[in-house]
Design a protein around this ligand. Structure first.
Ligand code: FAD
Length: 304
């Protein structure tokens, strides 16, 4: 219910304008977003890189102009160059959304997104790091996996994301559990219909466990993206049994104490750090994950 309402809010231009123009919203947003510019991203990366790994996300999605997609490529090239200059490339990769790179363009969208992502992969390889392709709503799953397969022919370390809430994902995990594959397993953040996705939390969690088992028994590199303590413990146990090399991943601003704790235990812990001015849809998805965040946000709006 909350997710459905907020999913509409995420697409609403008037809610977006209200949130973007209300100063008291900024501190709430800043909990989840590193800042507007590339130097904010580099600063946060430097702060985290002592004990954690990082994946930088230049915020933006659903681009409908080719020039905007090209600007997104340029933004990634810039941040990758800065990671190289700062000696951070061994600790930080980048995450990209195909819809920010042109997939939604009316003509040749998928082809343009593939070419643009290829340019980012080249820039990443040039400084010694890699790219993970985020997963968006279920209408884009096949297209994303096909782009990732094409990229992996030239950049075998390109990773992607599978969402446990989709009914298809256990089978996708089996397909992507081969040598060299890097799969980030998350629960899924979009408001999906019951025809394609599990809707109850208990079903999503059970699916996550099944998918995690497949990945941990496979030959690839599982990236366990969750803040759920039960699943974090289970990943550790499964890896202990199978000997799988893996990493934990969490979002910037969420359960930082647990991030530090896992890193202190010697676990590989990567933080997904978004930055940029297009924070609104990302921020609304974070609100949708936790009712307490919505209450906090509404209080800030009412007190403005
Ligand atoms: P939940 O059961 O939702 O949460 C477990 C606990 O974590 C909660 O009890 C709470 O303590 C804490 N928590 C979770 N979310 C929040 C929040 N927003 N604010 C405060 N506390 C919170 N989804 C996609 O669909 N596509 C992607 O490409 C994608 N990439 C991701 C990358 C990373 C590194 C991570 C960590 C998540 C990504 N997600 C992505 C989001 C993911 O699908 C979930 O929506 C999100 O991680 C919440 O699920 P959870 O596993 O933490 O479990």
């Amino acid at each position: 219910m909350l997710r459905s309402v907020l999913s509409s809010a995420a697409r609403s231009p008037s809610w977006r304008r209200l949130a973007e123009n209300t100063a008291v919203v900024r501190p709430v947003v800043n909990r989840f977003v590193a800042g507007a510019g590339v130097e904010d991203a580099i600063r946060v990366c430097r702060e985290l890189a002592g004990d954690r790994l990082v994946s930088l996300d230049h915020l933006g999605e659903d681009t409908l102009e080719r020039e905007q997609a090209t600007r997104t490529v340029d933004a990634y090239r810039t941040v990758l160059r800065r990671l190289g200059d700062e000696g951070l490339a061994a600790r930080a990769e980048v995450s990209v959304k195909l819809s920010a790179l042109g997939r939604a363009l009316p003509v040749d969208g998928e082809k343009i997104a593939l070419e643009n992502t290829r340019l980012i992969c080249e820039a990443a390889a040039a400084v010694g790091t890699m790219v993970t392709v985020d997963m968006e709503d279920h209408t884009a799953t096949d297209s994303t996996l096909s782009v990732v397969r094409a990229l992996r022919a030239d950049f075998p370390d390109t990773g992607t994301v599978l969402q446990a809430y989709l009914r298809r994902t256990e089978a996708d995990c089996a397909d992507f559990a081969g040598p060299g594959s890097r799969i980030r397993l998350c629960k899924g953040a979009y408001d999906e219909p019951g025809s394609v996705a599990f809707r109850r939390k208990s079903e999503v969690d059970a699916s996550y466990v099944r998918c995690l088992r497949v990945l941990m028994q496979g030959k690839g590199y599982p990236m366990v993206a969750t803040h759920d303590s039960r699943l974090i413990d289970l990943a550790g146990e499964l890896a202990g049994r199978t000997g799988a090399d893996f990493e934990y991943q969490m979002l910037y601003g969420i359960r930082p104490a647990v991030q530090e704790q896992l890193a202190a235990q010697g676990r590989k812990m990567r933080v997904y750090v978004p930055y940029g001015t297009e924070w609104y849809p990302y921020f609304v998805r974070r609100l949708a994950e936790r009712p307490a965040n919505v209450a906090f946000f509404l209080r800030a709006l009412m007190n403005r």
